[in-house]
Design a protein around this ligand. Structure first.
Ligand code: DGL
Length: 268
């Protein structure tokens, strides 16, 4: 069986790459829903529907034992319902994990008292970071700013504009004296170093590429019954719901090598 990594598009490749650095031989299927990206301005119903279809594909066609929803927006819209309704009915022995709680746990462990968060409009409007943070430690404050231009810039060679736009998004948070910044979207790990330059060396940046692999590794060590069912022959498959040449080029920048994507046949 395999590990599944799902994202709304290409940003999850950053997470996939860092997961494979941490657990190099794990058999993995990546699925990016390029046909419907971006999720960040969509409705809950649409995001849930697309996410359920993707999860179905990874379980039924790819024999995944465990799926990480790397997309913050999909985690916000769908994770709870998938875990509480979908899994018990359809795949009671398999698991789906999200990225929001592990990210907040890392922030709390780093003793951050006032967290800044940039994310998509949907993720912020859902309140998921605030709700989950309250459960982890109600004394920690959260201040947020939506950063809708970052995904299109990262996906379309927008490097020359990234610093200025990122600064515009981070500045209002910096003025509120945050002592840590969460990059709450798969793509944003791409601007991790720029964010550090903007904030200076004393404010930690919480990038999911640095958090999720270690958390996943720990999860697998704590759940050997799951870990033992996932094969480790270094087999990797990359699927998109829409495949065009530009995605192979984009993967070179985001993943570090051109990927030969297969088309996932998913009826939505
Ligand atoms: N992958 C999404 C996330 O992590 C961002 C891109 C989108 O809007 O689909 O929130």
């Amino acid at each position: 069986m395999r590990l599944g990594i799902f994202d709304s598009g290409m940003g999850g490749l950053l997470i996939a790459r860092s997961v494979l650095e941490q657990i190099p031989n794990i058999n993995m299927t990546y699925l990016g829903d390029t046909l419907h990206v971006p999720y960040g301005a969509r409705s809950t119903e649409a995001i849930y529907h697309y996410t359920e279809c993707a999860i179905d594909f990874l379980f039924s066609e790819q024999d995944c034992e465990l799926i990480v929803i790397a997309c913050n927006t999909a985690s916000a819209a769908a994770l709870r319902k998938i875990q509480q309704d979908y899994l018990p009915k359809k795949y009671p022995n398999r698991r789906v994990l999200g990225v929001v709680v592990p990210t907040l746990e890392a922030a709390a462990a780093a003793q951050i008292k006032k967290i800044g968060l940039i994310a998509t409009k949907y993720t912020l409007a859902s309140g998921i970071y605030q709700d989950e943070l309250f459960k982890i430690d109600p004394r920690i404050e959260l201040v947020t700013n939506a950063a809708p231009l970052l995904v299109p810039l990262i996906e379309n060679n927008g490097e020359p504009w990234l610093y200025d736009i990122l600064q515009t998004y981070i500045e209002p948070l910096r003025r509120q004296n945050i002592d840590g910044l969460i990059l709450g979207c798969t793509h944003y790990s791409y601007v991790r170093d720029l964010a550090q330059n903007i904030l200076g060396p004393n404010i930690p940046i919480l990038a999911q590429t640095e958090i999720i692999p270690a958390k996943l590794d720990l999860y697998l060590k704590r759940h050997p019954e799951i870990a033992d069912r996932i094969s480790r022959d270094g087999n990797r498959r990359f699927f998109l719901t829409e495949v065009t040449d530009s995605y192979a080029q984009m993967s070179e920048r985001i993943y570090g090598q051109a990927i030969d994507f297969q088309k996932a046949d998913i009826k939505t």
